[in-house]
Ligand binder design. Structure first.
Ligand SMILES: Nc1ncnc2c1ncn2[C@@H]1O[C@H](COP(=O)(O)OP(=O)(O)OP(=O)(O)O)[C@@H](O)[C@H]1O
Length: 837
C-alpha cells in the first residue's frame, strides 16, 4: 500500500517553504518599543477585543523580572518559606506570584477578587496556592504568635506593618473565637480550587498538599481518582470530627518549638491526622457537584477562597451547572456586589479600580532591590486588607493564560471589585525574561505566550506529514522530550501505533488521550515525566495546564484551529523560563487560516522552518516499515474489537432472553393466583349469601371498596425518577475529562459497549454517540460556546476562539475520509469543510 511515496517530491512538499515577507503590520509590531514597560492605566483597550469590562481596561501590569526572593516576601509564613526552599527548591517567587501575593496582601485582603492572566508556565498555580494557604494559616492564629521576626525582611522593608498586621489580625481572630465558630480539631473547608480535568486537579493538589502540610492544614482531592466514598472521607472526615483530628490541626501543634524553621514538624502533624476533613479541596466540577449533592456535611459555607483555574474553559456551556451551584452555597454575600458582607478595608482605602494598588508594583524603584520593592508596595496593597471582625467573604481568584474577556461570562462569576493582573507585552523572540512571559499584544492582549518560546511553521503536504514528523523526532528532537499534538483521539492512537513501530523509537513513545483508560494514561504520563519515554502523542486532552518540566519541543502534527488551542499546546514547553520550541506542520490549505489565526492573536513570532530534503528522505524506509506494521496492528485491533463487541452482544442477548422468560413465568403465576383467589371469593360469597342474604350486600360493597383501595395503593403516582447516582457521576466525570458534547448518554453507551466498542465505533463510522465523544477533547471544547449543533458561529468562521461551533474536530470522520492511516487533514480542513457546507 502506498503511503508517503506517491506524492510530489519532498523537495517540493517540505523544503520549498519560502521565507515570506512579513506584512507591514507584523514588522511594525515586531519592532515595537521596550519590553513590558506599559503602564496598565495608560494602555488603551484593544480596539478589536470587543466590549471589555471597565476594570479589565486598567490591568495591573506584571513586569518580567519582577520576581522576589523567597526570604524577602513580607508576610509569608516562615514554614511556607521553608517548604518552598526545601520541598520545592524555589528560591524566588516568579513575577506573577509576587504580583498576586502583593495584590491579595498575602491572601489576607478580602477587598478585591483577582483575575490573573499570565503566560503558560509562568507559575500561576503557586501564585494562588501560596496566598491561599498563607491566609488560612494566619486565620488559624499562627503568625500572630511568632513575634516580630517572622517577616524575614531586611532593614527598612516595612517589617513593622508586616508583623503588626497579622498580629492584630490573629488577635482579632482569637477575640472573635475560633474561625467560623468551628469546634477545636474540626476542619472546615475554607479553600476550593476548581479545575476542568482530573489530571490537572491531581497536579494542582500535588502543589497544594505539601504547602498545606507545612502549616498543619490538609488538602483533599475530589477528582474521580478514587471512589466517591473515599473522597467523602477525605473531605469531611471518616464519620467523626473527633479530637484525634485536633492533634493534626494547627491549633494543637502550637506548642513550644514551632517557630520559624519548624515546618517539618508542623507538616508531619498537619499531614498525618486522619478522619477530620480537609481545609482545602481541589476538585473537578463533576465530583464537586456530586459531593455537594450527596456527601453529608460537605458544605462550602465556610469558604474563604474560591479559585477557578483555567477559567475560560470552566465557564463554557458544558460546565454551566457547577458555578451557580457553588455560588449559591458560598453564601448570600455572593449574590450581590456590595460590601455589605465583606469586611471593611483597613484604613478605609479599598480602591475598586485596578490602579489603587497597581501603582505599588510599578513604582517600587529598581534601585531598592526586589525585597524593598515589594516592601514598598506592601502598604498600598494592604490598604484593602480586611480584618475578620465580621465573617470574611470568600475571595475569588480566577486564572488562565487565555482569560476570557467576554463580559457576560465574567459576570457570571459575581466578582467583587475585581482587579485584573496581567503580564506585559511580548516584543522579542527568545529573549529570556524568566518565567514572566508576556501577553501577545500588550497588557490588553488576550493570549499569553512565554518569552522563551520559539515558534515555527513547517509547510508539508498531507502525504508527507508522517515522514516530516519522523524526520523531526529522529533528527532535531531526538532524545529530547517532545509532545506531538493531533486533532483527535483517533489520530492520536494511529500515530502512537505508527511511532511505536519505528525501530529505536518504539519503547520511547506513550499515548495520552481520553481513549486511554485513566490509570494507563496517568502511568504513561508519569513515565514521560520521569524521562522513561521521550515522545508523548497527545490529543487536546493534554493541551491545558499539564506541567512536564523538561519538554523541549511541541509538534502540532495537526494544526490547531483556535488561537487558544495553539497557546495552550505551545505552552507545554518553554515553562518556568526554560527555552522550548513549537513546530506546527501546515499543509498548503492550512496556511491561510493559520496565519489569520496567529495574526488575530497578535502573534507575529512564528517563523518558517525548512528541513533538508535528503535528511527527510533518509527516514523513508523506517516509515514504510512502520506504516506496514500500523496496518497490521489496526486490523488486529478491529478484529479484537469486533470479537469483543460480538461477545458482549451475545452476553447481553442471553441476559435479555433469560429475563424475558422469568418475567413471563412471573406473570403466569400472578394470573393463576388471581384466578384462584377470585374463585375462592365467589365461593365464600355464595356460601354467605345462602346463610345471611341481608348482610351479603354490605359485605360485597366493603370488599369492593377495599379492592379499590388496594389497587390505588399498588399504583402510586410514579416518582419523577432521578438519575441514579452512578449514572450522574459517570456523565459528570466524562464531561470533566472530555469536555462538552459528552453526554451522560454517550458515556453510558460507551460504558456498556466497553472500550473496544468505543474504538469500534470510531473505526466503523461516526455514530451520534461516537461523534459526541469525538467532540470531547479539549479542542472541541474550544469551540463549544456555540452549542452542540456543530455549526460554526460567525466569529468562529473567521477564526475566533470564543466563537461558536461545536466542532473544530478532525475526528474520526475526518480521519476516515483520508486514504492514509496517519494523514488526517486536521481541524482546519474539517472546519473549512463545515464552512463550505
Ligand atoms: N517560584 C518558582 N521557582 C521555580 N519554579 C517555579 C516557581 N513557580 C513555579 N515553578 C515551576 O514552573 C512550572 C510552571 O508552573 P505552573 O504549572 O504553575 O504554570 P502555569 O502558569 O499554571 O501554566 P499553565 O498556564 O500551562 O497552566 C512548574 O514546573 C513549577 O514547578
Amino acid at each position: 500500500m502506498a503511503h508517503a511515496e506517491d506524492s510530489p517530491a519532498l523537495d517540493n512538499a517540505i523544503a520549498t517553504a519560502t521565507e515570506k515577507k512579513h506584512k507591514p503590520r507584523e514588522r511594525r509590531a515586531a519592532t515595537a518599543g521596550p519590553p513590558g514597560l506599559h503602564d496598565g492605566a495608560n494602555a488603551p483597550a484593544s480596539a478589536k477585543a470587543g466590549p471589555v469590562l471597565p476594570w479589565m481596561r486598567v490591568p495591573i501590569t506584571i513586569r518580567p523580572g519582577s520576581g522576589v526572593a523567597v526570604g524577602s516576601v513580607l508576610g509569608l509564613d516562615p514554614r511556607l518559606a521553608e517548604a518552598l526552599k526545601t520541598g520545592f527548591h524555589f528560591t524566588e517567587l516568579f513575577p506573577v506570584q509576587a504580583a498576586v501575593w502583593q495584590h491579595s496582601a498575602g491572601g489576607l485582603s478580602t477587598a478585591h477578587d483577582l483575575c490573573v492572566a499570565a503566560p503558560t508556565g509562568s507559575g500561576k498555580t503557586l501564585a494562588y496556592a501560596l496566598p491561599l494557604v498563607n491566609a488560612l494559616a494566619v486565620e488559624d492564629g499562627w503568625v500572630g504568635r511568632m513575634g516580630p521576626d517572622w517577616g524575614g525582611g531586611r532593614e527598612g522593608g516595612g517589617k513593622t506593618l508586616a508583623y503588626a498586621l497579622p498580629l492584630v489580625n490573629a488577635l482579632a481572630v482569637e477575640a472573635a473565637g475560633p474561625p467560623h465558630g468551628r469546634a477545636p480539631g474540626r476542619r472546615l473547608l475554607r479553600g476550593l480550587v476548581v479545575l476542568p480535568t482530573r489530571d490537572l486537579a491531581a497536579q494542582v493538589h500535588a502543589v497544594l498538599q505539601p504547602l498545606c502540610a507545612a502549616v498543619g492544614l490538609r488538602a483533599a482531592l475530589a477528582a474521580a481518582r478514587t471512589t466517591e466514598a473515599a473522597e467523602a472521607a477525605e473531605l469531611v472526615g471518616a464519620g467523626t470530627h473527633a479530637a484525634s483530628g485536633h492533634a493534626a490541626s494547627g491549633h494543637a501543634a502550637s506548642g513550644p518549638g514551632l517557630g520559624p524553621g519548624s515546618g517539618a514538624a508542623a507538616g508531619a502533624g498537619g499531614g498525618g491526622g486522619g478522619g477530620c476533613g480537609a481545609d482545602v479541596a481541589v476538585a473537578t466540577p463533576g465530583r464537586l457537584m456530586a459531593h455537594l449533592g450527596g456527601t453529608p456535611g460537605f458544605t462550602l459555607r465556610h469558604l474563604r477562597f474560591l479559585v477557578v483555574d483555567e477559567t475560560d474553559r470552566l465557564l463554557r456551556q458544558s460546565y454551566q451547572e457547577w458555578l451557580p451551584g457553588v455560588l449559591s452555597q458560598i453564601g448570600p454575600q455572593h449574590a450581590q456586589h456590595g460590601a455589605g458582607h465583606s469586611t471593611e478595608p483597613l484604613g478605609g482605602g479599598g480602591s475598586s479600580g485596578g490602579r489603587g494598588a497597581g501603582g505599588g508594583l510599578e513604582g517600587g524603584g529598581e534601585e531598592e532591590g526586589a525585597g524593598a520593592h515589594f516592601g514598598a508596595a506592601w502598604p498600598q496593597a494592604s490598604a484593602g486588607t480586611a480584618l475578620p471582625f465580621s465573617r470574611p467573604r470568600a475571595v475569588k481568584i480566577i486564572v488562565s493564560a487565555t482569560l476570557t474577556r467576554d463580559p457576560a461570562k465574567l459576570q457570571r462569576l459575581l466578582l467583587h471589585q475585581p482587579r485584573f493582573v496581567a503580564t506585559a507585552q511580548r516584543t522579542a523572540m527568545g529573549g529570556g525574561g524568566g518565567a514572566a512571559g508576556a501577553t501577545a499584544g500588550g497588557p490588553e492582549g488576550r493570549y499569553s505566550l512565554p518569552r522563551s518560546l520559539a515558534e515555527f511553521r513547517l509547510l508539508v503536504s498531507a502525504a508527507r506529514k508522517p515522514l516530516a514528523l519522523l524526520a523531526l523526532l529522529c533528527g532535531e528532537c531526538v532524545g529530547q522530550s517532545t509532545i506531538v499534538f493531533t486533532s483527535s483521539v483517533d489520530m492520536t492512537h494511529k500515530l502512537y501505533l505508527m511511532l511505536r513501530a519505528v525501530e529505536g523509537l518504539g519503547d520511547k513513545v506513550v499515548e495520552y488521550s481520553s481513549h486511554v483508560p485513566p490509570r494507563e494514561r496517568a502511568a504513561g504520563l508519569d513515565r514521560f515525566r520521569a524521562g522513561g519515554a521521550s515522545v508523548l502523542v497527545a490529543s487536546d486532552a493534554m493541551t491545558r495546564g499539564m506541567d512536564v518540566e523538561h519538554v523541549a519541543h511541541v509538534i502540532n502534527y495537526d494544526a490547531p484551529v483556535y488561537a487558544k488551542t495553539y497557546v495552550h499546546r505551545a505552552g507545554r514547553t518553554a515553562r518556568a523560563g526554560k527555552s522550548g520550541r513549537v513546530i506546527t506542520l501546515l499543509r498548503d490549505e492550512d496556511m491561510r487560516h493559520f496565519k489569520a489565526m496567529i495574526r488575530k492573536a497578535d502573534n507575529n513570532f512564528v517563523r518558517e522552518m525548512k528541513l533538508p530534503p535528503e535528511q527527510v528522505e533518509g527516514f523513508r524506509p523506517a516509515l514504510q516499515g512502520a506504516l506496514q506494521q500500523l496496518e497490521a496492528l489496526l486490523a488486529a485491533e478491529r478484529a479484537a474489537d469486533v470479537g469483543l463487541a460480538q461477545q458482549q452482544g451475545l452476553v447481553e442477548a442471553n441476559q435479555r432472553a433469560r429475563q424475558q422468560a422469568a418475567d413471563r413465568q412471573q406473570q403466569d403465576r400472578a394470573k393463576q393466583a388471581a384466578v384462584a383467589e377470585e374463585a375462592a371469593k365467589q365461593q365464600q360469597q355464595q356460601d354467605r349469601a345462602k346463610e345471611q342474604p341481608a348482610a351479603a350486600e354490605g359485605a360485597e360493597g366493603a370488599e369492593e371498596g377495599e379492592q379499590a383501595g388496594a389497587k390505588g395503593g399498588q399504583e402510586p403516582a410514579a416518582p419523577a425518577g432521578r438519575p441514579g447516582k452512578r449514572a450522574r457521576g459517570a456523565g459528570a466525570e466524562a464531561a470533566e475529562e472530555d469536555g462538552p458534547g459528552t453526554s451522560g448518554r454517550a458515556v453510558a453507551a460507551d460504558a456498556s459497549a466497553g472500550r473496544s466498542g468505543k474504538r469500534q465505533a470510531r473505526e466503523q463510522g461516526p455514530a451520534p454517540n461516537a461523534a459526541a465523544g469525538q467532540r470531547s477533547e479539549e479542542e472541541a471544547a474550544e469551540g463549544s460556546a456555540g452549542g452542540a449543533a456543530g455549526k460554526p458561529g460567525r466569529r468562529n468562521a473567521s477564526g475566533s476562539e470564543e466563537g461558536g461551533g461545536g466542532g473544530g474536530r478532525g475526528g474520526s470522520g475526518a480521519a476516515r475520509q483520508l486514504p492514509e492511516p496517519v494523514q488526517a487533514g486536521g481541524d482546519q480542513g474539517k472546519a473549512k469543510k463545515r464552512r463550505a457546507t
